[in-house]
Ligand binder design. Structure first.
Ligand code: CS2
Length: 511
């Protein structure tokens, strides 16, 4: 049973006992915990990317699935790809950690015991390919971010020139990249015989499984054509769509967790919202009963993926860039601003929504729910973080819908403002005395396009970058609209510029 708790400070001692298998019994009654003995689990899943998202999403769902069916096969070996911090913290507490799901000043607190082993890839004596090839591993899952796939945005195939590919071809036992680990791991499975694991990407990107499959096959082909062919014929890479807003770890988290845990210390708790979905393409093979923990299995995830990326992530970008320019720090603050909140709603209902296969009532419900989720004050999603790598995210989250809307002759004020605000923030971040950082993988090649004195020239130069925006229809009109919005943002500020573009129906909600 999960109980909602209020956070009441407990007496903090200098040497607080650590969360561990031995101290589980000391947790306050309201804290949920595994219904199984964590040490009794076998390891059936190898996960690459042991970050906060994995621990608040898949690992928590796996605990619930194990609990629901008493099936002890599905413990997770969670691999940290670079830094050892989480691994060290988890190992010191028997791989247990706390999830805090915050809503309305209350939290549902649960200690998770689904991780059987925390592994630091660079120093792992066994090596990840060998672990992948262990016959008990039925699933290899991933959250390594889009950049971890090594796929060129131009060709959609593995970028064979990158350093990690060269490294991984030379070091089959100790590859560094997820794609190298998978290809060498699957090569070892092929040598040992028997069914290969299913490879399930849980990264937030379009066609995550298909992209990963292409990259692993491309890598294998550089090494051995027969292996590439074997992977193509034998290994399943289902697509999946994940959703839960997770707060990045902060140094203050352990102290906050100690209060919820009745004084026990957890050095690596995770905070997130209560909402979660996980939509997975059907595949053959053994797996935990994740549907008992909120996952959905479907034959095709495309519609779910478009809805997630366009409604949630696209609107996150809108709030990040305009909110950042307006001086806000977090998504919760930006979405609580009446003018920005009204624009976010209008953008979802009138621009992103009509491009999706969602019935109107479902769209209205989703938009209401998203506005509530964005405004959750307990989740601190930093705008500089949501806004970073914008050039990689633009097409799937914003421009694809913009193009559909132009083709259907629907107005696109939100997308125009979003692009203008991104350019403006990027411009501000290039100034010698910049106070607003904006990280982007293309920052070097975009910097020469910045011209604060000539917004129309700048708009045109940015929009001509097909590696960022793809081929755009009606270019001249778009150049003018983005240039006008840039000029207005500079002259009149964010709120006045946004207000002018709110339709009466949405402006009515602005006090
Ligand atoms: C955010 C996502 O940083 C971002 O791009 O939009 O991390 C978002 O919180 C998740 O996709 C929610 O499921």
């Amino acid at each position: 049973m999960r109980v909602l708790m209020k956070n009441t400070p407990s007496r903090q001692t200098e040497f607080a006992p650590r969360l561990s298998a031995n101290t589980l019994g000391r947790l306050p009654v309201g804290v949920a915990r595994p219904g199984f003995a964590p040490r009794s689990l076998a390891t059936g899943i190898l996960h690459l990317g042991c970050g906060s998202f994995h621990r608040a999403h898949q690992a928590l769902a796996t605990q619930h699935a194990i609990d629901a069916c008493s099936d002890p096969r599905w413990g997770i070996a969670a691999v940290a790809m670079k830094r050892p911090t989480v691994v060290d913290a988890l190992r010191a507490q028997d791989n247990l950690y706390t999830t805090l799901l915050h809503d309305n000043g209350q939290a549902s607190v649960e200690v998770v015991g689904a991780i059987t082993e925390a592994v630091h890839a660079p120093s792992d004596p066994i090596g990840i390919p060998k672990r992948i090839a262990h016959p008990d591993i039925k699933l290899v899952t991933l959250t390594v971010t889009a950049g971890g796939y090594g796929v060129s945005p131009v060709t959609g195939r593995l970028d064979a020139d990158c350093r990690s590919v060269h490294h991984d071809l030379r070091h089959p036992r100790r590859p560094e990249s997820p794609v190298g680990m998978l290809a060498h791991g699957l090569a070892a499975v092929r040598r040992r015989g028997g069914p290969p694991p299913v490879v399930l990407s849980c990264d937030n990107m379009c066609g995550n499984g298909s992209k990963l499959r292409g990259a692993v096959i491309d890598f294998a082909a550089l090494h051995d054509d027969h292996l590439a062919d074997w992977i193509a014929r034998n290994v399943q890479f289902p697509n999946s769509v994940v959703d839960r807003i997770v707060q990045p770890a902060t140094p203050a988290d352990p102290a906050a967790a100690r209060n919820w845990l009745g004084g026990l210390e957890d050095r690596t708790p995770v905070s997130a919202e209560p909402f979660m979905t996980w939509t997975i393409e059907d595949f053959d093979g053994e797996r935990p009963d994740w549907e008992l923990a909120g996952a959905r299995f479907v034959s095709d995830v495309t519609d779910h993926e478009l809805a997630k990326l366009r409604l949630l992530n696209g609107t996150h970008m809108l709030l990040a860039y305009l909110g950042g320019l307006a001086g806000y720090r977090t998504i919760a603050e930006a979405s609580a601003d009446p003018v920005l909140g009204a624009l976010a709603r209008q953008f979802m209902v009138c621009e992103q929504g009509p491009t999706l296969a969602l019935p109107p009532a479902e769209l209205a419900r989703t938009v209401d729910e998203l506005m509530r989720r964005f405004r959750n004050p307990a989740i601190c999603q930093d705008l500089t973080r949501v806004g970073r790598n914008g050039s990689d995210k633009m097409v799937a989250r914003v421009v694809a819908a913009l193009c559909d809307n132009i083709a259907a002759d629907r107005p696109t004020p939100g997308a125009i403002l979003l692009i203008a605000a991104w350019i403006r923030w990027f411009t501000a971040s290039r100034a010698a005395d910049a106070v607003m950082e904006l990280i982007d993988p293309r920052e070097n090649s975009l910097t020469p396009l910045v011209d604060a004195a000539d917004p129309h020239w700048s708009a045109q130069a940015f929009l001509q970058r097909t590696d960022v925006f793809g081929p755009l229809p009606d270019r001249e009109r778009l150049h003018r609209q983005v240039g006008d919005a840039l000029a207005e943002l500079a002259r009149d500020g964010v709120r006045a510029t946004v207000r002018r573009r709110l339709s009466p129906e949405f402006e009515g909600s602005v006090e």
